[in-house]
Design a protein around this ligand. Structure first.
Ligand code: FAD
Length: 406
């Protein structure tokens, strides 16, 4: 009997192995991962781990004994180099071939490279893996000057952690606001102000032309407007590129991610794809896109495991995401492609707030919450139920969100 082979032992791959057992798969499960460690959580890498507040045990998705007890064979430090669909086998870098009954591609994404001179200097770092995080952590000594290239979630989280470690931090963002791709304008403005108040210098509309070195190590950034900015370490945080080359080479359709349906199926009935490497449908909006989040990795792991085990597909979820910066807990749900209106509401408790994004017919498309967990929970329900709520009602603290979402 051929096993289920999972290529990629990250968050999605590790979760899929567990869901397969939970849903009753009795056959073999082989989890092949390039990294030398069992599946772990990446979110703490830019937060608690950098600040020395997490341990290897707390990063691990599950303890090592789980894989033994559940008879999940982990093949770590091994790279899948080809998929032979006709034979239903994957080929490892060693030349060994593993036959599969079903193959789940859970290959993740890699940090996007910055195509400028000097990007290969020592001290120019990216953050994707635990090994990357260790290299970054070693560079973040008190007084060190960190330049963060890219004001996305990872860049801003590292900026916050680096401030906590006593570093001088400059964030250089090409767009006119931080989080330009993933957040509304109000949240972008609030976060930029908060970072500045915490002592981070934020340069907007600033594009890096080159990294300059001294004795082989980065010493400065040169911007397109001619300015130079001294630094000891540069973190490139300009997004991630899906690992789709294996699927592409095997003839599977890809378009900024491996194309899958709501059961995580590719066009080959024996091959599934889950997590950051996929381009997936979004049931509420009728669109499709690539999502990079733990909730998405878990949802797709469930979809694939359910389909393989002959169970009905799980109820589709509203995409959501969180981020921690300083004492701020950010929580976002839904995707506001082109909101007609955005409205702010203070949190019922504490200093936080939520921003709701509405379509022209008042359908709640998305919510972004800052230290406002109750507003986030209710907002997520409003999005899931596609409720129509006028902006004035959402903005009115006297109106109960819970009742509106009930
Ligand atoms: P990954 O976890 O990247 O796993 C893919 C694995 O496949 C990797 O181990 C890789 O080495 C392996 N692999 C790739 N190619 C091969 C091959 N050919 N052969 C064998 N193995 C291979 N999400 C949130 O929701 N909230 C957060 O706050 C948050 N913070 C983050 C902070 C950081 C620093 C990072 C990097 C990510 C963060 N994310 C966050 C995103 C989240 O971690 C990812 O969405 C999630 O890890 C995706 O899981 P995955 O399994 O698809 O990919």
């Amino acid at each position: 009997e051929r096993p289920i082979v999972i290529a990629g032992a990250g968050h999605a791959g590790g979760a899929a192995a567990a869901f397969l057992r939970q849903y009753g798969w009795k056959g073999g499960i082989v989890l092949v991962g390039e990294e030398p460690i069992l599946p772990y959580q990446r979110p703490p890498l830019s937060k608690a781990w950098l600040k020395g507040e997490a341990t290897a045990e707390s990063l691990a998705l599950r303890p090592a004994r789980f894989y033994e007890q559940q008879k999940i064979e982990a093949r770590l430090g091994q790279r899948v180099v080809a998929i032979h669909r006709a034979e239903a086998e994957v080929e490892l870098a060693s030349g060994e071939r593993l036959p599969y009954h079903r193959l789940i591609l859970a290959l993740g994404a890699r940090a996007r490279a910055l195509p400028v001179p000097g990007a290969d200097l020592a001290g120019v770092l990216a953050l994707r893996s635990a090994a990357d995080a260790d290299a970054l952590k070693a560079a973040l000594t008190p007084g060190a000057h960190l330049a963060v290239i890219g004001g996305g979630y990872i860049g801003l989280e590292v900026a916050a952690s680096a401030r906590a470690l006593g570093c001088t931090v400059t964030v250089v963002e090409r767009e006119s606001r931080v989080l330009a791709r993933v957040a509304g304008e109000a949240l972008s403005a609030y976060l930029a102000e908060h970072h500045r108040a915490q002592g981070v210098e934020i340069l907007l509309g600033a594009e890096v032309e080159a990294l300059e070195g001294r004795a082989g190590r980065v010493a400065a950034l040169r911007l397109k407007d001619g300015r130079t900015l001294a630094c000891d370490t540069a973190l490139i945080g300009i997004g991630a590129v899906p690992e789709e080359a294996l699927a592409r080479a095997a003839g599977l359709a890809c378009a900024n991610g491996i194309l899958v349906d709501l059961a995580a199926r590719t066009e080959d009935p024996a091959i599934y794809a889950i997590g950051d490497c996929t381009h997936r449908p979004l049931p509420l909006s009728g669109r499709s896109m690539r999502l990079e989040s733990v909730p998405n990795a878990l949802e797709q792991a469930k979809q694939a495991a359910a389909d393989i085990c002959g169970r009905p597909p799980p109820v589709p979820e509203v995409p959501w995401f969180w981020s921690d910066q300083y004492a701020l807990r950010l929580q976002m749900a839904g995707i506001a492609f082109a909101p007609a209106q955005s409205v702010r509401r203070p949190a019922a408790e504490g200093e936080g707030f939520a921003v709701f994004h509405l379509a022209a017919d008042d359908t709640v498309l998305a919510v972004e919450a800052v230290n406002a967990p109750a507003e986030f929970m209710a907002g997520r329900l409003l999005v899931a139920k596609q409720r129509q709520v006028p902006a004035a009602v959402l903005a009115d603290p006297a109106r109960s969100l819970k009742e509106l979402a009930a």
